[in-house]
Design a protein around this ligand. Structure first.
Ligand code: DON
Length: 306
């Protein structure tokens, strides 16, 4: 299979549609991103990376960071995490607060904002916010084997200034004692993890352990056990696109995690890790052309898990 030809074909077919969708504007710094960008990168379990379009341009990974923070939190407290966050799709928007009241401050899953804030609270334990941010950045550099990966401080500040809903979620859950640290400390870390800037090429390399039973084939390092890798993929499939998760599974058929920066990380188990990026979003907040590119890729490679 000629993966390079496949992704070049997808990028050129989507060429006339560059700019479709709506760039996230509730974080002012994200609204400044040029919408006419589209990149794809694939890293295979043999360790080879293929790129096409704007695959080397850095973008804000946003909620894709939740996959890697979950990996860190599982490493710290193991399955105990599931006492504080659920594993069911929410069927609600990523920033919704409604279920929290009836469900005693336990978020439905680790990928909606409320769940991710709990995960960040777990990673923060025993650290100062600055140290937790540093741990996350080092983890991402290690996974992608690239020390140039950094946080976009402007985006982090922009999130901090406008993250009213996230403060509401954090305070609400602190009221239920499901957040253990001061909310501004937890959100300080959360906003920084979301503001990490990575390219498709870097992101596809960082995610490869999830396609390779928990082991990074580039370094031979075991990041998580095969069972844990399978479980993270299951959560990505069922919850990775919020109330659009069913539709993404229907069209693409791969575990995936989106971010409002327009990126999507998708995993073809046993085959490859794929990162796509196009800033224009659909009404749910997932990359419009990114999801279409992945549907084309899954069809042409036969990589759907179904
Ligand atoms: O908390 C927020 O609203 C953003 N930092 C992340 C949200 C996000 O990426 C949702 N994904 N589609």
């Amino acid at each position: 299979m000629d993966l390079q030809a496949i992704i070049d074909g997808i990028v050129s077919e989507l060429e006339p549609r560059r700019g479709e969708g709506k760039v996230a504007d509730y974080i002012p710094e994200l609204a400044k991103v040029d919408p006419n960008q589209l990149g794809i990168a694939i890293t295979t379990v043999n360790g080879k990376t293929y790129t096409s379009g704007d695959a080397e341009t850095g973008f804000s990974i946003q909620s894709i960071s939740k996959v890697f923070m979950l990996t860190l939190a599982l490493g710290k407290i193991g399955e105990g995490i599931w006492r504080r966050v659920g594993r069911e799709p929410s069927g609600s928007a990523f920033n919704s607060i409604v279920q929290l009241e009836h469900e005693h401050g336990i978020p439905r899953n680790p990928f909606i904002n409320a769940g991710a804030i709990v995960v960040t609270d777990i990673v923060l334990a025993g650290h100062k916010p600055r140290e937790a941010i540093g741990e996350f950045v080092h983890f991402m550099r290690f996974l992608a084997d690239d020390n140039s990966i950094h946080i976009d401080e402007k985006v982090a500040r922009s999130e901090q200034e406008t993250g009213f809903r996230n403060y509401a979620l954090g305070n609400f859950m602190r009221g239920f004692r499901n957040i253990k640290h001061p909310v501004d400390h937890v959100l300080g870390v959360y906003f920084h993890q979301c503001s990490l800037s990575m390219s498709c090429a870097q992101l596809s390399r960082a995610g490869i352990y999830l396609a390779n039973r928990g082991t990074n084939p580039l370094t031979g390092f075991s990041v998580v056990s095969p069972r844990r890798s399978r479980r993270i993929n299951a959560l990505m499939l069922t919850c990775g696109h919020y109330d659009g998760s069913g539709d993404f599974a229907f069209h693409v058929g791969l575990p995936g995690k989106s971010g409002v920066g327009g990126g999507i990380l998708a995993i073809a188990p046993g085959k490859a890790s794929i990162a796509v990026w196009s800033p224009g979003l659909n009404e749910i907040g997932n990359s419009l052309l990114g999801a279409e590119a992945l549907e084309m890729l899954a069809t042409r490679t036969g990589w759907s898990v179904f």
